[in-house]
Design a protein around this ligand. Structure first.
Ligand code: HEM
Length: 219
């Protein structure tokens, strides 16, 4: 008789759920790397255009915003679809947002400013939109550091949840940073601004609904 056949039904269900999570984690991890692979391949082939620094800054900035929006979309999508695995992918989506934002920051500091920190500070003070972007990255840093299971335990579930709501602030600052650098708002800015605003509105509505129905449940 096979080991699978003798396994209790509950254990089999749990193991297939964890197989499903592992599968989706691999799918998401691989897909999250695709933009990076394209950037490296374009760089290797000298296909980054006339101004490679601009190209990479814009690409990584857009990816930062995209993954931040995806991070915020996880909970509403889970509520809408009831697909529990999404919760288990949230950490990876958030870490990808931090990864591409850090790549964006490094493109600026390392490539554009050639690690001349004095000049970078002067530039940040002169171009305020960069200071706003930096503030967003500084907010994301403790979120990335506290993303491990050990850190969640150490910080405490409730405090950790509150801390991670700062993702909304980081995303808002990301949109503001984008808005400040444009002379005329583009459709891309509107799309991200409205998407992130709508995701925040959904969370506020869910929170308000829970508050309103909390007292009514007890007879
Ligand atoms: C959450 C954090 C951040 C987000 C979401 C973000 C997003 C963006 C976006 C969407 C763009 C414009 C892309 C386009 O033109 O299509 C951009 C441009 C830029 N960002 Fe960020 N950014 C962030 C943080 C930072 C940081 C930390 C720095 C540097 C310290 C930075 C420096 C720049 C620069 C120099 C540009 C190019 C401006 C230009 O075209 O002249 N950003 N960013």
């Amino acid at each position: 008789m096979s080991a699978v056949a003798t396994r209790p039904r509950g254990a089999r269900k749990a193991s297939s759920a964890s197989d499903d999570t592992r599968y989706w984690k691999i799918v998401f991890f691989t897909n999250g790397l695709v933009p990076l692979i394209f950037l490296i391949s374009d760089w290797y082939q000298g296909a980054l255009g006339a101004n490679p620094i601009d190209y990479v800054t814009r690409a990584t900035g857009t990816l930062a915003l995209l993954f931040l929006a995806l991070t915020l979309a996880v909970t509403p999508l889970r509520m809408l679809t009831g697909w529990g695995t999404l919760n288990k992918l949230r950490r990876m989506v958030g870490l990808y947002a931090f990864f591409y934002t850090t790549l964006h920051l490094l493109t600026y500091l390392w490539w554009d400013q050639e690690l001349a920190f004095g000049a970078a500070v002067t530039d940040v003070l002169k171009r305020k939109f960069i200071a706003v972007g930096l503030a967003a990255w500084l907010i994301m840093l403790p979120l990335a550091i506290t993303s491990t299971n050990g850190m969640i335990k150490r910080v405490g579930g409730k405090r950790w949840k509150w801390l991670h709501r700062l993702t909304y602030v980081a995303a808002g600052l990301g949109v503001l940073h984008f808005y400040m650098l444009l002379k005329v708002p583009t459709r891309k800015l509107w799309n991200y601004g409205l998407l992130i605003g709508a995701l925040l509105a959904v969370r506020i509505a869910v929170w308000a609904f829970k508050q309103a129905t909390r007292g009514k449940k007890t007879p």
